[in-house]
Design a protein around this ligand. Structure first.
Ligand SMILES: [Zn+2]
Length: 296
Protein backbone atom coordinates (compact mmCIF):
# COMPACT_ATOMS: atom_id res chain seq x y z
CA UNK A 1 0.00 0.00 0.00
CA UNK A 2 1.29 3.38 -0.88
CA UNK A 3 1.97 5.65 2.07
CA UNK A 4 -0.60 8.25 1.05
CA UNK A 5 -3.33 5.65 0.67
CA UNK A 6 -2.41 4.30 4.11
CA UNK A 7 -2.58 7.76 5.71
CA UNK A 8 -5.87 8.40 3.92
CA UNK A 9 -7.40 5.14 5.20
CA UNK A 10 -6.05 5.79 8.69
CA UNK A 11 -7.66 9.23 8.78
CA UNK A 12 -11.00 7.77 7.66
CA UNK A 13 -10.70 5.22 10.46
CA UNK A 14 -9.94 7.93 13.02
CA UNK A 15 -12.80 10.11 11.79
CA UNK A 16 -15.26 7.22 11.87
CA UNK A 17 -14.15 6.24 15.40
CA UNK A 18 -14.70 9.79 16.57
CA UNK A 19 -18.02 9.77 14.84
CA UNK A 20 -19.26 6.75 16.70
CA UNK A 21 -20.61 8.60 19.75
CA UNK A 22 -23.85 10.47 19.07
CA UNK A 23 -24.52 13.91 20.49
CA UNK A 24 -26.85 14.18 23.48
CA UNK A 25 -29.49 16.88 22.97
CA UNK A 26 -29.74 18.83 26.23
CA UNK A 27 -32.60 21.02 24.99
CA UNK A 28 -34.74 18.07 23.97
CA UNK A 29 -33.95 16.31 27.24
CA UNK A 30 -35.04 19.45 29.09
CA UNK A 31 -38.45 19.28 27.40
CA UNK A 32 -38.85 15.80 28.94
CA UNK A 33 -38.15 17.42 32.33
CA UNK A 34 -40.67 20.21 31.73
CA UNK A 35 -43.37 17.84 30.52
CA UNK A 36 -43.13 15.76 33.69
CA UNK A 37 -43.40 18.92 35.80
CA UNK A 38 -46.39 20.14 33.80
CA UNK A 39 -48.27 17.05 34.99
CA UNK A 40 -47.99 18.39 38.55
CA UNK A 41 -46.59 16.67 41.66
CA UNK A 42 -46.22 12.94 40.89
CA UNK A 43 -46.30 11.27 44.27
CA UNK A 44 -47.43 7.68 44.95
CA UNK A 45 -51.19 7.40 45.08
CA UNK A 46 -51.81 10.51 42.94
CA UNK A 47 -53.47 10.57 39.52
CA UNK A 48 -50.45 12.50 38.27
CA UNK A 49 -48.01 9.65 38.94
CA UNK A 50 -50.22 7.44 36.78
CA UNK A 51 -50.06 10.10 34.04
CA UNK A 52 -46.29 10.19 34.45
CA UNK A 53 -46.06 6.39 34.07
CA UNK A 54 -48.08 6.61 30.88
CA UNK A 55 -45.91 9.46 29.65
CA UNK A 56 -42.68 7.52 30.24
CA UNK A 57 -44.13 4.39 28.61
CA UNK A 58 -45.36 6.36 25.57
CA UNK A 59 -41.93 7.91 25.09
CA UNK A 60 -40.23 4.52 25.44
CA UNK A 61 -42.62 2.97 22.92
CA UNK A 62 -41.42 5.53 20.37
CA UNK A 63 -37.92 4.11 20.89
CA UNK A 64 -39.10 0.58 20.21
CA UNK A 65 -37.98 -0.74 23.58
CA UNK A 66 -39.36 -3.91 25.13
CA UNK A 67 -41.33 -2.59 28.09
CA UNK A 68 -42.34 -4.34 31.28
CA UNK A 69 -44.24 -3.04 34.29
CA UNK A 70 -43.01 -4.55 37.53
CA UNK A 71 -45.78 -4.08 40.09
CA UNK A 72 -45.41 -4.37 43.85
CA UNK A 73 -47.01 -3.06 47.01
CA UNK A 74 -45.40 -1.34 49.98
CA UNK A 75 -46.75 -0.29 53.34
CA UNK A 76 -45.72 3.25 54.28
CA UNK A 77 -46.96 4.79 57.52
CA UNK A 78 -49.60 2.05 57.77
CA UNK A 79 -50.95 2.80 54.32
CA UNK A 80 -50.60 0.48 51.35
CA UNK A 81 -49.16 1.88 48.13
CA UNK A 82 -49.03 0.33 44.70
CA UNK A 83 -45.63 0.73 43.09
CA UNK A 84 -44.68 0.20 39.46
CA UNK A 85 -41.11 -0.02 38.20
CA UNK A 86 -40.96 0.52 34.46
CA UNK A 87 -38.31 -1.63 32.79
CA UNK A 88 -37.25 -1.00 29.19
CA UNK A 89 -34.85 -3.22 27.28
CA UNK A 90 -32.98 -2.17 24.17
CA UNK A 91 -31.25 -4.76 22.00
CA UNK A 92 -32.17 -7.63 24.34
CA UNK A 93 -30.08 -10.11 22.39
CA UNK A 94 -26.82 -8.34 23.19
CA UNK A 95 -25.13 -10.27 25.98
CA UNK A 96 -23.05 -7.39 27.40
CA UNK A 97 -25.42 -5.05 29.20
CA UNK A 98 -25.49 -1.68 30.92
CA UNK A 99 -28.34 -0.84 33.27
CA UNK A 100 -29.41 2.79 33.73
CA UNK A 101 -31.79 3.77 36.52
CA UNK A 102 -33.69 6.83 37.72
CA UNK A 103 -36.67 7.29 40.02
CA UNK A 104 -39.79 9.01 38.71
CA UNK A 105 -41.89 9.45 41.86
CA UNK A 106 -41.80 12.83 43.60
CA UNK A 107 -41.93 13.48 47.33
CA UNK A 108 -45.44 14.17 48.67
CA UNK A 109 -44.11 16.42 51.41
CA UNK A 110 -42.10 19.66 51.09
CA UNK A 111 -40.68 18.91 54.51
CA UNK A 112 -37.45 20.88 54.03
CA UNK A 113 -39.41 24.13 53.72
CA UNK A 114 -38.59 26.57 56.51
CA UNK A 115 -42.29 27.27 56.96
CA UNK A 116 -43.68 24.16 58.68
CA UNK A 117 -47.19 24.89 57.42
CA UNK A 118 -45.94 23.88 53.95
CA UNK A 119 -44.53 20.52 55.03
CA UNK A 120 -47.52 18.56 53.77
CA UNK A 121 -47.52 20.17 50.32
CA UNK A 122 -46.27 17.93 47.48
CA UNK A 123 -43.20 19.03 45.52
CA UNK A 124 -42.91 19.41 41.74
CA UNK A 125 -39.57 17.62 41.73
CA UNK A 126 -37.92 19.16 38.66
CA UNK A 127 -34.50 18.06 39.82
CA UNK A 128 -35.48 15.40 42.35
CA UNK A 129 -37.07 12.96 39.94
CA UNK A 130 -37.72 14.63 36.58
CA UNK A 131 -34.05 15.33 35.72
CA UNK A 132 -32.92 11.69 35.87
CA UNK A 133 -35.92 10.50 33.86
CA UNK A 134 -35.31 13.27 31.30
CA UNK A 135 -31.73 12.12 30.70
CA UNK A 136 -32.81 8.49 30.33
CA UNK A 137 -35.61 9.32 27.88
CA UNK A 138 -33.23 11.28 25.67
CA UNK A 139 -30.74 8.39 25.75
CA UNK A 140 -33.59 6.02 24.85
CA UNK A 141 -34.35 8.04 21.74
CA UNK A 142 -30.67 8.12 20.71
CA UNK A 143 -29.88 4.44 21.21
CA UNK A 144 -32.97 3.39 19.31
CA UNK A 145 -31.65 5.31 16.28
CA UNK A 146 -28.14 3.97 16.52
CA UNK A 147 -27.25 0.65 18.10
CA UNK A 148 -24.23 0.80 20.43
CA UNK A 149 -21.46 -1.52 19.25
CA UNK A 150 -20.83 -3.45 22.44
CA UNK A 151 -23.76 -3.10 24.80
CA UNK A 152 -27.47 -3.70 25.07
CA UNK A 153 -29.13 -1.26 27.46
CA UNK A 154 -31.74 -1.81 30.16
CA UNK A 155 -33.43 1.15 31.79
CA UNK A 156 -35.36 1.01 35.03
CA UNK A 157 -37.62 3.86 36.07
CA UNK A 158 -37.98 3.25 39.79
CA UNK A 159 -41.08 4.03 41.80
CA UNK A 160 -41.38 4.79 45.53
CA UNK A 161 -37.88 6.17 46.03
CA UNK A 162 -38.89 9.30 47.86
CA UNK A 163 -41.42 8.37 50.57
CA UNK A 164 -38.79 7.83 53.23
CA UNK A 165 -38.28 9.06 56.74
CA UNK A 166 -35.00 10.93 57.36
CA UNK A 167 -32.50 8.74 59.18
CA UNK A 168 -34.39 5.51 58.46
CA UNK A 169 -32.74 4.02 55.37
CA UNK A 170 -35.11 1.12 54.81
CA UNK A 171 -38.03 3.49 54.19
CA UNK A 172 -36.46 4.94 51.03
CA UNK A 173 -35.77 3.35 47.64
CA UNK A 174 -38.60 0.83 47.80
CA UNK A 175 -38.90 0.34 44.04
CA UNK A 176 -35.20 -0.29 43.54
CA UNK A 177 -35.18 -2.64 46.56
CA UNK A 178 -38.00 -4.66 45.04
CA UNK A 179 -36.26 -4.70 41.66
CA UNK A 180 -32.89 -5.74 43.13
CA UNK A 181 -34.33 -8.46 45.38
CA UNK A 182 -36.30 -9.99 42.52
CA UNK A 183 -33.62 -9.81 39.86
CA UNK A 184 -32.87 -13.33 38.63
CA UNK A 185 -31.08 -12.71 35.34
CA UNK A 186 -27.38 -12.36 34.76
CA UNK A 187 -26.25 -9.05 36.21
CA UNK A 188 -25.32 -6.22 33.84
CA UNK A 189 -21.64 -5.30 33.58
CA UNK A 190 -22.40 -1.79 34.81
CA UNK A 191 -25.37 -0.24 36.61
CA UNK A 192 -25.57 3.54 36.78
CA UNK A 193 -28.28 5.43 38.65
CA UNK A 194 -28.84 9.13 37.97
CA UNK A 195 -30.67 11.36 40.41
CA UNK A 196 -30.73 15.13 40.95
CA UNK A 197 -28.47 15.91 38.01
CA UNK A 198 -30.40 18.88 36.61
CA UNK A 199 -29.19 21.63 38.99
CA UNK A 200 -27.97 24.64 36.95
CA UNK A 201 -25.07 24.83 39.38
CA UNK A 202 -24.02 21.24 38.74
CA UNK A 203 -21.25 19.75 40.87
CA UNK A 204 -21.10 15.99 41.04
CA UNK A 205 -18.79 14.47 43.59
CA UNK A 206 -18.04 10.74 43.90
CA UNK A 207 -20.65 9.21 46.16
CA UNK A 208 -19.11 7.16 48.97
CA UNK A 209 -20.94 3.80 48.60
CA UNK A 210 -20.46 3.93 44.83
CA UNK A 211 -16.74 4.48 45.13
CA UNK A 212 -16.24 1.79 47.75
CA UNK A 213 -18.26 -0.82 45.88
CA UNK A 214 -17.30 0.03 42.31
CA UNK A 215 -14.17 2.20 42.17
CA UNK A 216 -13.42 1.16 38.57
CA UNK A 217 -16.84 2.23 37.34
CA UNK A 218 -16.69 5.51 39.26
CA UNK A 219 -13.25 6.21 37.79
CA UNK A 220 -14.46 5.31 34.30
CA UNK A 221 -17.34 7.79 34.55
CA UNK A 222 -15.30 10.61 36.10
CA UNK A 223 -12.39 10.08 33.69
CA UNK A 224 -14.79 10.06 30.74
CA UNK A 225 -16.30 13.34 31.93
CA UNK A 226 -12.82 14.79 32.34
CA UNK A 227 -11.84 13.79 28.80
CA UNK A 228 -15.01 15.49 27.56
CA UNK A 229 -13.97 18.64 29.43
CA UNK A 230 -16.84 18.49 31.93
CA UNK A 231 -15.48 20.07 35.10
CA UNK A 232 -18.88 19.55 36.77
CA UNK A 233 -17.67 16.07 37.73
CA UNK A 234 -15.40 16.57 40.75
CA UNK A 235 -12.83 13.89 41.59
CA UNK A 236 -13.61 14.04 45.28
CA UNK A 237 -15.32 11.39 47.42
CA UNK A 238 -18.32 12.74 49.24
CA UNK A 239 -20.85 11.61 51.85
CA UNK A 240 -22.76 8.35 51.86
CA UNK A 241 -26.06 8.79 50.06
CA UNK A 242 -28.71 6.13 50.37
CA UNK A 243 -30.16 6.20 46.86
CA UNK A 244 -31.47 3.65 44.35
CA UNK A 245 -27.97 2.29 43.71
CA UNK A 246 -27.68 1.05 47.31
CA UNK A 247 -30.19 -1.84 47.07
CA UNK A 248 -28.48 -2.77 43.79
CA UNK A 249 -25.09 -2.86 45.53
CA UNK A 250 -26.55 -5.04 48.30
CA UNK A 251 -27.82 -7.46 45.64
CA UNK A 252 -24.36 -7.75 44.09
CA UNK A 253 -24.60 -5.29 41.21
CA UNK A 254 -21.63 -3.24 40.03
CA UNK A 255 -23.66 -0.13 40.74
CA UNK A 256 -22.98 3.56 41.23
CA UNK A 257 -24.98 6.75 41.69
CA UNK A 258 -24.44 9.99 39.83
CA UNK A 259 -25.96 12.62 42.10
CA UNK A 260 -25.42 16.27 42.99
CA UNK A 261 -26.74 16.34 46.50
CA UNK A 262 -25.77 19.98 47.04
CA UNK A 263 -29.14 21.41 46.02
CA UNK A 264 -30.41 24.12 48.37
CA UNK A 265 -34.08 23.68 47.37
CA UNK A 266 -34.10 19.92 47.93
CA UNK A 267 -37.53 18.71 49.15
CA UNK A 268 -39.02 22.19 48.97
CA UNK A 269 -41.67 23.75 46.73
CA UNK A 270 -38.83 25.58 44.98
CA UNK A 271 -37.57 22.45 43.20
CA UNK A 272 -38.91 23.75 39.90
CA UNK A 273 -37.60 23.73 36.27
CA UNK A 274 -36.05 27.21 36.54
CA UNK A 275 -33.46 25.77 38.97
CA UNK A 276 -32.36 23.28 36.34
CA UNK A 277 -30.61 23.66 33.00
CA UNK A 278 -30.38 21.86 29.66
CA UNK A 279 -26.60 22.07 29.92
CA UNK A 280 -26.53 20.05 33.15
CA UNK A 281 -28.61 17.32 31.51
CA UNK A 282 -26.24 17.47 28.54
CA UNK A 283 -23.13 17.05 30.70
CA UNK A 284 -24.49 13.91 32.34
CA UNK A 285 -26.17 12.58 29.21
CA UNK A 286 -23.10 12.98 27.00
CA UNK A 287 -20.92 11.29 29.62
CA UNK A 288 -23.30 8.32 29.75
CA UNK A 289 -23.51 8.10 25.96
CA UNK A 290 -19.72 8.04 25.75
CA UNK A 291 -19.67 5.04 28.09
CA UNK A 292 -22.55 3.31 26.27
CA UNK A 293 -20.85 3.72 22.89
CA UNK A 294 -17.42 2.81 24.21
CA UNK A 295 -15.72 0.00 22.32
CA UNK A 296 -14.13 -1.39 25.47
ZN1 LIG B 1 -35.92 13.20 47.08
Amino acid sequence: MNRFVFVFLLSILIISCQDIIPEFNGEESFTFLEKQCELGPRYPGSDEIELCRNYIIDELKKSGAEIQKQEFTSIIKEQEYKGVNIIASFYPRMSRRILLGAHYDTRPWADKEEDASLHNEPIIGANDAASGVAVLLEIASIISDKQPGQFGIDMVFFDLEDMGEYGNNTTWCLGSSYFAENFTEEKPEKAIVVDMIGDSDLQIEMEYFSYHNSPDLVNEVWNTAKELGFSEFKPKITNMIYDDHYPLICAGFNAIDIIDFDYPVWHTLEDTPDKCSPNSLYVVGQTLLTIIYSEK
